[in-house]
Design a protein around this ligand. Structure first.
Ligand SMILES: [Zn+2]
Length: 419
């Protein structure tokens, strides 16, 4: 037996033994109502301003946030010299405001991997870095994931947050309009000029690789269609035009991929309709490998303090109790806040968020925890994330060990998928 093959086998045996340890082994997950795993956290903004992993762990997480799923945002806001954003007095670092496009920034993965490698073992156990620098509409995207895992083994647990349909963001992402280049009928979820679709062979092969490697994918896909202009003006909200069928198509095409559907499809412009929880329930029933997160302070406010026509807090509590093993808490904090042009052209510069402000996001959901009771709340705050990401760590390390001899410069192309 070749030495390399032997090493791979030994590693798999060791990793299988590790996988049998209790999911919380070695971690201080006291039975406290004030402990959280942040399953959705952005360590940098759309201009790669943020904080180091070491700063995140030492200053921001403290005792309260026991673990964090760390994602840079996948997209860089282009600072276009001809646009003269804010009359050139201040650069753009958020997607709302500038007209220029967003593009995928692959170097983010190397930045995160380098920092993670320098952490102590105790610190490493507290963060789960995610691969973000790929275009999910590109059939070569799985090769990026493989190259990252092979180049930086022992680091990443998941991919994302990746975006398919997200109000203004999807229109701003650099790429080809599907209708302009397609030699087949345009998928049903593609609006005029649309560049992203849930019915993409690239996305299916990406999720197939997620299933094969054991990675977790965090997916942002609005629950229904909206049309929002670059400056945040809402042109149209269409709660009746949902992406339910597309999401179901994706999960049934790649049924073993572990996916977290972010914010249950809600967001800044996508507020919950009265049938929101029925649609989310339908997706979870159709997609047994999928979970949802209830991240984003805006979303948490909609849950605990709903406006007229939105599901009530007790309806949310009933939904979460029903799916109590498949709902994860997250902050969706972007740690470096945005530059804004305020009233009368006043410039408001962003900066690193304060530790107190970050930790306070978790407090927004207190009325929800009270409604859920201690056992279900602990699952949502801590246990579901720990189980999901500990499982992924063991599987991904085993995949890396098995593929240790693969040549990153000569990977086999993803197998063809016919939708
Ligand atoms: Zn997010």
């Amino acid at each position: 037996m070749k030495t390399r093959t032997l090493c791979a086998l030994v590693a798999i045996v060791l990793l299988s033994a590790c996988a049998k340890r209790p999911p919380t082994a070695g971690l201080r997950l006291e039975d406290s109502p004030d402990r959280y795993v942040d399953a959705h956290f952005h360590v940098s903004n759309y201009a790669y301003q943020g904080v180091s992993l070491k700063t995140l762990i030492d200053r921001y997480m403290g005792e309260k946030i026991v673990r964090s799923v760390v994602m840079p945002l996948p997209l860089q806001q282009k600072w276009d010299p001809f646009e003269h954003y804010a009359q050139d007095r201040m650069p753009p670092n958020y997607y709302l405001g500038p007209k220029a496009e967003l593009y995928y920034y692959a170097f983010a993965d190397a930045m995160i991997a380098k920092e993670y490698g320098a952490l102590s073992e105790a610190d490493k156990a507290r963060v789960d870095p995610m691969i973000t620098g790929f275009n999910p509409m590109d059939r070569y995207a799985p090769q990026h994931i493989e190259r990252v895992l092979l180049t930086f083994p022992g680091v990443f647990t998941g991919i994302g947050e990746l975006t398919v349909h997200k109000e203004l963001v999807s229109n701003k992402i650099a790429g080809d309009a599907i209708a302009a280049i397609s030699s087949e009928p345009v998928p049903p979820d593609v609006a005029e000029g649309g560049k992203l679709t849930l019915y993409s062979a690239a996305l299916v092969s990406l999720f197939d690789l997620v299933a094969e490697t054991g990675l977790v994918a965090t997916l942002h896909n609005d629950i229904y269609e909206t049309d929002v202009k670059y400056d945040g003006t809402v042109v149209r909200k269409s709660p009746d035009v949902t992406y339910e069928r597309g999401l179901e198509y994706l999960c049934t095409r790649s049924p073993d991929a572990k996916v977290i559907w972010a914010h249950t499809g809600l967001g800044r412009f996508v507020t919950p309709a009265s049938n929101h929880l029925a649609i989310v329930s339908h997706i979870l029933d159709a997609c047994p490998s999928w979970s949802v997160d209830i991240s984003w302070d805006l979303v948490q406010t909609m849950i605990v303090n709903p406006a007229a026509g939105m599901p009530s807090l007790s309806e949310w509590a009933g939904f979460i109790t029903r799916y109590q093993d498949r709902v994860l808490w997250g902050s969706d904090t972007v740690i470096h806040s945005r530059n804004k042009v305020g009233a009368e052209d006043q410039l408001v510069r962003g900066g690193p968020m304060s530790v107190a402000d970050y930790q306070a996001v978790a407090d927004l959901s207190r009325p929800l925890w009270d409604a859920l009771g201690p056992d279900v709340s602990r699952k949502v705050r801590v246990e579901n994330s720990v189980r999901l990401f500990d499982g992924a760590r063991a599987k991904v390390r085993a995949w890396e060990a098995l593929h240790v001899g693969d040549d990153v410069w000569n990977l086999a192309p993803p197998s063809p998928v016919t939708p």
